[in-house]
Write a protein of this length. Structure first.
Length: 752
């Protein structure tokens, strides 16, 4: 156990305390992954716990993979039987064994988000619901929300109003769930909901898993939703539950995450021990103090103060620019200037923003400055058309009841099976209670005349039937990569893309699609290598013993939102990385720019009148600030064109919440800045200024007078400088203490 010497005292305590409930409050950059992996190694190597009795759950497949590799490095092959996975992956393993108790087949298909929306649209059409009034995408989101709260269609129908959205949603939800069962399919949220339902209705199944998992570790506990919380409570009845998380990094409330889960852990487990990991190994002390000051304004949190042995480091650079174009040019020029010393490559820089819509102006500015960049979390790889087409062929082989996948391939590539043929097949299937595939099979074998199909339609269906029969036969003895190669050639899909490449008009798109398909082959080969060398316990599962293809399809479907948000974020390849603040969670960079630090944008407009949302926005700011190791830039603009309108916003309150002594301010102007009406304007670029040294009295708000702020209430001006719109003041408020304000933004009123 020599590796225990690598730990600080608090980390060591978290590793060796193994009997009873444990809450590890792990601040940003405090080494929580090391604690979890060392804890697993300690349980097996020192305590003699059988590996198969340990369940470790995290939120992304990437994090689970890293955890597996670290444990294998510490313990070798005996660690392979530890269940290290995401909540959804663990649920799939359980359901593949037990779901027949709920009336489903073991070979159920799993729908991704795009397929869920497609099925909801199908339900809305069948129920004659106006899609313009009741958006299927919004209904799919609400169904997901209901499932995460463990509310069944029957329970929702009892509570829903008998008119409007609730009435329509109740009908769609019920029909949607019935179609899923008919197709022997589950959606992503069902994986958790069905597992909870299984445990609650079949106590003998629950008891078998409670006996199996004697030790549970849950990472990122602050991000758990109600369904995940219930799973932990059900499986962790023995009390050996270790949860690791940071309430200050709970930023997924919009996905159903419940901050209360981590805040009430000690009420759920009265005997719980609490350990705080407060030593940070990532950032400088100035960054930690600034971030801590911001998140410290929240009421719903557990107190903690991060510290580091690193130097205090550089001040937080706060820059004001004219508009979003100047913002982008300032960031681009600053990156180039910092790189002059040769210390960092472009991949060491990250630009973070609150909304995807901000990226357009930032991209254009970096491009103009000649700064290479990459957008992280754009169109997700497995949602690209060509990838979904090929995966649908694979699913049609493994899951014949999956009507959505089968319908996708009926006329891809085109084979003369149009919407009319599909409607006839669907009508035939519905009348007889068949799946679409069953109707298709019968139409080819015996029932052609019953559907009134033309010769061309029959020929198209017969050709497809022959292909699927051949693919199914080959799948039994062929690798997934080889099977994909055969599908590409035999269907003519590859030939069509090659023709696109040859045509000048669509050549670039065709090349891009072929490159994506090559990337899919890479993903398949990597998965097959890991599967065949027994990298984990998936191969032990009865369902997967003879089907690497089924295992691969589950693997692809279980790629989480968080995995895809950060896809490619660890391989900058000499480019600045651009991403949303949510997408930056779990990453770190030497230099970080936070763009759009303005009221109404960040914090978001919807949070300005909602205390709970405002606290989540503040946590999101904390996450963004703690992504940086050495230098942090926060940029705000005077006016911003966004969503088709011009906004004049004051600087974000989060900037104001940073202690004055930690900040260096810059007012910057690019001499080629353009105004809203397109006219060129000229401004004087000012050099950096430390916080208001030698402030001089001038302007309407003089030292000593009382003022009122719309948020912070009554305060007294302590210092002032400048005149007119350029006046800046330091006001001491009774509610929040001293604040440095720009008069033209602050909406101050004189009192008395």
């Amino acid at each position: 156990m020599g590796f225990l010497n690598d730990l600080n005292p608090q980390q060591l305590e978290g590793v060796i305390y193994t009997q009873g409930p444990l809450l590890i409050l792990a601040g940003a950059g405090s080494g929580k992954t090391r604690v979890i992996t060392y804890r697993i190694a300690y349980l097996i190597g020192q305590q003699g716990v059988p590996p198969e009795q340990i369940l470790a759950v995290t939120f992304t497949n990437k994090a689970a993979e890293e955890m597996k590799n670290r444990v294998l490095e510490l313990l070798g092959d005996r660690a392979r039987k530890v269940w290290i996975s995401t909540f959804h992956s663990a649920s799939v393993r359980i359901l593949r064994r037990e779901i027949q108790s709920l009336g489903y087949g073991q070979d159920f298909a799993i729908l991704d988000t795009a397929d869920q929306i497609r099925l909801v649209k199908e339900c809305a059409r069948e129920l004659k619901i106006n899609e313009e009034l009741y958006d299927p995408k919004e209904m799919a989101r609400r169904i997901s929300e209901l499932k995460n709260r463990l509310i069944s269609p029957q329970a929702y129908a009892r509570e829903a109003q008998a008119f409007g959205m609730e009435d329509k949603l109740a009908k769609v939800y019920s029909y949607y769930q019935s179609l899923l069962k008919r197709y022997n399919s589950l959606d992503f949220d069902d994986l958790l909901m069905m597992t909870v339902h299984l445990f609650e209705t079949h106590p003998e199944v629950l008891h078998s898993y409670q006996r199996r998992f004697q030790h549970m570790m849950i990472d990122e506990y602050q991000d758990t939703n109600h369904a995940q919380y219930r799973l932990v409570r059900l499986l962790g009845e023995h009390g050996n539950v270790c949860v690791v998380g940071d309430d200050d990094q709970s930023i997924y409330g919009f996905r159903g995450a419940d901050l209360g889960n981590i805040l009430r852990f000690e009420k759920d487990y009265p005997q719980a021990r609490v350990i705080r990991l407060e030593q940070n190994y990532r950032s400088t002390q100035n960054i930690l103090d600034a971030a801590g000051a911001v998140v410290g304004k929240n009421q719903k949190r557990k107190a903690k103060r991060l510290w580091t042995q690193k130097p205090k480091g550089a001040h937080i650079q706060v820059c004001q620019v004219a508009d979003e174009e100047a913002e982008a040019h300032y960031i681009g020029k600053t990156i180039k200037q910092i790189r002059v010393n040769g210390k960092w490559s472009y991949a060491d820089f990250a630009v973070l923003y609150r909304a995807h819509a901000q990226s357009r102006a930032l991209e254009e500015g970096l491009r103009d400055e000649g700064v290479p960049y990459r957008i992280v979390g754009g169109l997700r790889f497995y949602e690209r058309k060509e990838i979904k087409d090929l995966l649908a062929y694979l699913k049609a082989i493994v899951y014949p009841e999956d009507d959505l996948s089968f319908k996708r391939i009926l006329n891809v590539p085109p084979r003369g099976i149009g919407s009319g043929t599909v409607e006839k097949l669907e009508g035939y299937a519905k009348a007889r209670g068949f799946s679409l595939f069953q109707a298709f099979t019968e139409s080819v074998s015996a029932g052609l005349d019953q559907m009134g199909l033309t010769y061309a339609q029959r020929r198209g269906l017969t050709n497809l039937a022959g292909l699927l029969e051949e693919f199914k036969r080959l799948a039994a003895n062929t690798s997934v990569a080889e099977l994909l190669e055969i599908i590409l050639k035999k269907t003519g899909y590859e030939q069509i893309l090659q023709q696109e490449v040859a045509e000048r008009a669509s050549g670039e798109e065709g090349r891009s699609r072929l490159e994506n398909i090559r990337e899919l082959f890479s993903a398949v080969r990597i998965f097959e290598e890991r599967f065949n060398c027994q990298d984990g316990i998936m191969k032990d599962e009865t369902y997967y013993k003879h089907s690497v293809l089924a295992a691969f399809l589950d693997h692809v479907t279980l790629v989480t939102d968080s995995d895809q948000e950060t896809q490619g974020a660890t391989s900058g390849k000499g480019a600045v990385l651009m991403m949303t603040l949510h997408g930056a969670k779990g990453l770190e960079f030497p230099v970080v720019f936070m763009a759009g630090m303005e009221e109404g944008l960040f914090p978001h407009q919807s949070a300005l009148t909602d205390t709970g949302q405002m606290e989540e926005e503040r946590r999101l700011c904390y996450v963004g600030m703690t992504r940086t190791r050495e230098m942090l830039y926060m940029v705000h603009v005077e006016k911003r064109r966004l969503y088709g309108s011009v906004q004049w916003n004051s600087p974000s309150r989060f900037i104001e919440e940073i202690p004055i002594e930690l900040v260096k301010e810059v007012v910057w102007s690019d001499r080629s800045v353009r105004s809203v009406d397109g006219q060129s304007v000229s401004k004087i670029a000012l050099s950096p200024i430390d916080h208001l040294p030698q402030l001089q009295e001038a302007g309407p708000f003089k030292k000593g007078i009382q003022v009122k702020h719309p948020v912070w209430g009554i305060g007294r001006v302590q210092e002032a400088e400048g005149q007119g719109e350029d006046q800046r003041v330091v006001v001491h408020f009774k509610t929040v203490g001293p604040k440095k304000l720009a008069v033209k933004y602050a909406r101050l009123e004189k009192v008395g």
